[in-house]
Design a binder for this molecule. Structure first.
Ligand SMILES: [Mn+2]
Length: 348
């Protein structure tokens, strides 16, 4: 089976020139790094090390604990926890590679330091409408994950033999987490071709599944029960679920970072659900994080842009609203009202 060839002959030259000239490379993932961001930055960092490059994986803030098994995790620089080191690395960098995000603003608190950094940039991503902020942009919104784009790129560059078990585990993690363990956005045969090539590298995909999905705290499971039982509103006519989570509630369930990860997907398990909306008070900033998930033709990205100061993909999007929660919930009501006809009538 043919894998996608993302790079034109010019792109290949650009890649070799930029990486070839670089001696200090910073490989950046987005704020609130997920399995795809972490998998991609670690896979690429491992590969650059194999080429004898100095490369450091960096994200603005830490990732959830269920990703701490990733090979190389302990070397990732979480800028928030190591401000001085992060700034020094950016000062010394002569190449930045941006993975799994399409705009510098996705780096949040780290964005100004990256904007100020003079090193040239390469972007590898799968989000829509990449910002023109890099000399080389390899982006495919049809790809399931940045790790898929990265794998195809490495393959095209003749680096398949360089992929060892560690790199394969990182790449597989991104493919698995960005598709909900291949439950959505994963119908293309190429994806499974890539997975079989990763299995050939000796990964244990069952173990990776357990590492990611069976590693929750007791508090998370109880919080999940509480949200579904006490907090979820279900609008049967609109086939839409809404729930909210405040800082107080998080405290009650001994919330640790990442404990609310994926909760927005849970209501989609109710037969016929077309849209799920979650609201969560940010634990650090005075704002509310909104997540949207849909099944079928409902456009989450459009609702996120119109009502929640955000954007995203067709079936998965997000944004933010100002406090308090009571006001944010009113905005959600407005958003549902505006799409009411569509939510009642569309095929799910
Ligand atoms: Mn991704």
């Amino acid at each position: 089976m043919e894998l996608k060839q993302y790079l034109s002959p010019d792109d290949i030259n650009t890649w070799h020139r930029m990486v070839g000239q670089a001696t200090n490379i910073v490989v950046l993932g987005h704020a609130g790094p997920d399995g795809d961001a972490m998998g991609a930055i670690l896979a690429l960092t491992h590969w650059l090390h194999k080429q004898g490059k100095q490369a450091v994986a960096m994200t603005p803030n830490p990732c959830p604990d269920f990703l701490s098994w990733l090979p190389g995790f302990s070397d990732v620089v979480f800028a928030k926890m190591a401000r001085y080191k992060a700034q020094r690395l950016l000062n010394e960098a002569d190449l930045l590679i941006l993975l799994d995000f399409n705009a510098i603003s996705r780096l949040e608190d780290l964005a100004p330091s990256v904007e100020a950094c003079c090193a040239p940039r390469i972007m590898i991503d799968h989000h829509l409408n990449p910002e023109h902020c890099a000399e080389l942009i390899v982006s495919d919104s049809a790809a399931a994950a940045t790790c898929e784009v990265l794998f195809c790129m490495m393959h095209q560059l003749g680096a398949y033999d360089d992929i060892d078990t560690d790199i394969a585990e990182c790449l597989y993690c991104g493919l698995m987490t960005d598709t909900g363990a291949f439950a959505y956005n994963s119908n293309r045969p190429e994806l499974f071709h890539i997975i079989s090539m990763l299995l050939d590298k000796g990964i244990d995909k069952d173990q990776i599944y357990r590492n990611v999905f069976y590693s929750y705290t007791e508090g998370r499971l109880r919080l999940m029960g509480y949200l579904l039982y006490e907090k979820m509103q279900y609008y049967a006519e609109e086939h839409t679920a809404v729930f909210s989570l405040t800082k107080e509630e998080m405290k009650r369930f001994n919330y640790v970072r990442g404990d609310a990860e994926g909760f927005v997907n849970l209501p989609l398990q109710i037969k016929g659900t077309r849209l799920s909306i979650s609201l969560r008070e940010d634990t650090e900033k005075a704002l509310i994080r909104v997540s949207l998930r849909s099944i079928g033709s409902f456009r989450c990205d459009q609702m996120a842009e119109q009502f929640f100061n955000g954007g995203g993909h067709h079936n998965a999007a997000g944004g933010t609203l100002p406090n308090p929660m009571s006001e944010a919930l009113k905005v959600v009501d407005q958003a549902i009202a505006a799409s009411r006809e569509q939510l009642i009538n569309i095929e799910s």
